[in-house]
Design a protein around this ligand. Structure first.
Ligand code: DGJ
Length: 732
């Protein structure tokens, strides 16, 4: 179709429709400027071959309707002998070589000591939404394939690199990054990222980007609670619902690194991939290494929009079942109720109570196997403890299934207690440097899963459990970080491959298990939120957000979580009080906090009063009514616990027919009324019927979307830890 005609038609429609209409193909190549235009509904991304054959990044911003406006990059001259032209252009994937002093995407040392690497464009291939660009060193057959996949509806591009040794001598990779992303030239940018620690994950940081480099990373062997491999950047003018935001997340569950760099030339670059710390990956002739995938996007509609794009993308393109994966069931988990004191009778009693409340998936946590009566023994011995389960797990699982619930089981397969049969048989399987101490954390050591025999052992253990019993769900835990990451069985030069091989083997086990047991689901847990990233999310259905289940703390942890990850993935339990911080919040408050994600119960329900159980049953019924909206709808963060004593979140169903608003007040002062809450994402012309959970608003009221968004709702939240929720149904 001719562009003018497309434009005329598109003018009749709204902006997203216009963008879709204008987006001819998601990947286009223009021979004239030797440039590529990657187009999505939300942004465009342009790269080109520069005058010296280098690959240059040209543009990442609001959608560009046509490639004809674009021109080839011009030659750039050195600014001075200290500011060479190589630093002045945005190199799409800079090798460390020539006069280049900033963060490289690839750094190597050849066997003969030569470390110079200058990459030049060779060729490219386009297939639908995929673009592959071949680069090669100016002298050697050291080849890099840059892979791009465009996800047009989500405004997201996936990048990773394959590094290949086509030369005659070996080289060692010291830095292999997945991508360098360049923002438009300028200063005054702001970086948002997530940091924390055990039981305090996903705290939101927002800070200016200045000249120099900020490093976000994990050196712990897993994603870690301390920093999450996600970023968002804005030009200092973005808010929750307005402004340009560039965002991205790395799909890697091992040592990762993201650097955010502002150069002296007002370039802002985000580079991410394998952590360079202690990294050394030899490639012999003929060998290749794939970096992790780095996903990134751009929106001009604020941070909330960036989150919603990521949420939708994760649900539909990242999760194993994609858009078809089932809604998360209401779960019960035994950990906080019984800790290690699990046995058949006790678990059956909990299961009976849980089933009456409306629970759909019953998960038995730690303590069921080997000599596991506390955290000092048993890890590695994955058979049912004969004192606790004299006839194995089958009677309990049958009981749970008989109550109409699925059964889930806690495992921590990567770990071993020195006091275990496994360790006595295979002390060499634990990561170690021979002759050096083996540091125990929680009395356990990490198995070297980089070894293929360890990988097979773990696969077989889990495969056997999943085959022998009717297990629908593994809660896969990992309760410590690496230490002494030795792999003494390999030649010295290969030992540091452990950082990569461990994660690849972990992924392989999960992939094989899922393929062999198609209905099996997995929860990723690492002492709470120590392993949450897009790599693990391609293999699990849900994550354990935090060991901190204290509802008020959870409001902030959950807010940070949703910056990057979808509410459907966010496992959230109602537990007993007093909880962390010695705090006691009302049961309704705890329920409403947990109902904003994948609801679970982690309380000792044996101790609940009849009133507690009645409230719980009512809340679970309500949750089931709003579950599709919470789990697959669009989230609008209305009031933040960081800046207000009222927190409010709204979820709008995909079809727009239902919306749910949750509101919490933690500490009213001076009798100040709660702020009015203006809703978003509603159809201004539609009428909505509103029902509240406990009559704080008149039942049956109806309002237009315009009123709810303009005048808003006033919730009469009073005192400490008050809470409410309303459900809005679109009226026909
Ligand atoms: C840490 C997890 O985060 C908890 O939920 C629980 O499963 C314990 N491990 C069990 O040891």
């Amino acid at each position: 179709m001719h562009w003018n005609k497309v434009l005329r038609i598109a003018c009749l429609f709204s902006i997203p429709v216009l963008a879709t209409a204008l987006r001819a193909q998601s990947v286009q190549y223009f021979e004239k400027g030797k440039l590529w235009l990657l187009s999505t509904d939300h942004n465009s991304y342009v790269l080109a071959v520069g005058p010296h054959g280098e690959l240059q990044h040209l543009y990442w911003g609001r959608p560009l309707p046509r490639g004809d406006d674009l021109s080839a990059p011009r030659a750039v001259h050195d600014l001075s002998s200290f500011d060479p032209s190589q630093m002045l252009v945005n190199d799409e994937y800079p090798g460390w070589g020539g006069p280049f002093y900033e963060e490289p995407a690839l750094k190597i040392t050849r066997e003969d000591g030569d470390r110079d690497l200058v990459l030049r464009y060779v060729s490219h291939r386009i297939q639908q939404n995929d673009l592959e660009i071949e680069l090669r060193d100016i002298r050697d057959s050291i080849e890099v394939t840059l892979h791009y996949r465009v996800y047009p509806h989500y405004g997201i591009v996936r990048r990773y690199a394959t590094i290949r040794n086509g030369a005659k001598q070996a080289f060692t990779i010291e830095s292999a990054q997945s991508a360098a992303w360049h923002l438009p030239h300028g200063t005054g940018y702001q970086l948002t990222y997530l940091s924390g620690r055990w039981a305090a994950e996903m705290q939101i940081n927002h800070e200016p980007i200045h000249q120099g480099m900020k490093i976000l990373e994990s050196r712990k062997g897993h994603t870690s609670h301390n920093l999450n491999p996600w970023f968002a950047i804005d030009a200092g003018d973005a808010a929750e619902e307005s402004g340009n935001v560039w965002f991205g997340a790395l799909a890697w569950s091992g040592n990762w690194r993201i650097t955010v760099e502002q150069t002296p030339y007002e370039q802002v670059r985000v580079t991410g991939g394998f952590n360079t710390f202690d990294f050394a990956y030899p490639l012999r002739p003929g060998e290749a290494l794939d970096t992790p995938a780095f996903f990134a996007g751009m929106t001009s509609e604020g941070r909330g929009s960036a989150s919603r794009l990521m949420h939708r993308f994760e649900r539909e393109e990242i999760l194993p079942g994609g858009a078809k994966s089932r809604l998360r069931p209401v779960l019960y988990n035994s950990w906080e109720a019984t800790e290690f004191n699990v046995d058949q009778a006790g678990q059956e009693l909990l299961a009976d109570k849980a089933a009456k409340l409306g629970v759909e998936l019953f998960v038995m946590d730690d303590g069921w196997f080997g000599k596991r009566n506390n955290d000092k023994a048993g890890l590695g011995d994955w058979y049912a403890n004969p004192q606790k389960f004299p006839q194995g797990l089958k009677p309990l699982i049958d009981h749970v299934n008989g109550l109409g619930m699925d059964f889930g089981l806690w495992v921590e397969p990567e770990m071993v207690n020195p006091d275990s049969e496994l360790y006595r048989q295979h002390p060499d399987w634990a990561m170690n440097f021979p002759g050096r101490p083996r540091s125990e954390l929680r009395n356990q050591l990490v198995l070297n899963l980089a070894r293929n025999d360890v990988k097979e052992y773990i696969f077989n253990v889990l495969d056997k459990l999943a085959g022998e019993y009717n297990i629908r769900y593994f809660k896969w835990d990992m309760n410590r970080s690496f230490s002494e990451p030795g792999w003494p069985e390999l030649a010295q030069a290969d030992q540091r491959k452990l950082w990569v091989a461990y994660v690849r083997n972990l992924y392989e086990i999960m992939d094989r298990l899922r393929a062999k047991h198609p209905t099996l689901e997995i929860e990723s847990c690492s002492g709470g939120g120590g392993r949450i990233d897009l790599g693990i999310l391609q293999r699990v259905d849900v994550v354990w957000t935090s060991d901190n289940t204290e509802a008020f703390d959870r409001l902030r942890i959950q807010e940070g979580f949703t910056e990057a990850y979808a509410p459907k993935l966010m496992s959230s339990w109602v537990t007993d009080v007093p909880n962390m911080n010695g705090r006691s919040t009302p049961l309704q408050f705890r329920f409403l906090v947990a109902m904003q994600g994948a609801l679970g119960i982690g309380a000792n329900v044996n101790r609940w009063s009849p009133e507690d159980s009645a409230l719980a049953a009512k809340m679970i019924t309500l949750y089931k009514r709003i579950r599709p909206t919470v789990q697959t709808g669009d989230l609008y963060r209305l009031l933040s616990p960081q800046t207000s004593d009222v927190t409010a979140n709204e979820y709008v169903a995909q079809d727009g027919n239902q919306a749910v608003v949750f509101a919490f007040r933690h500490s009213q002062q001076y009798s100040t009324p709660a702020p009015t809450i203006r809703l978003r994402g509603l159809d201004p012309r539609a009428r909505y019927g509103m029902t509240s959970i406990e009559g704080k608003l008149q039942e049956g009221q109806e309002f237009t979307g315009a009123y709810l968004g303009g005048a808003g709702i006033h919730f009469n939240l009073r005192g400490d830890f008050d809470s409410t929720a309303v459900v809005l149904e679109k009226l026909r």
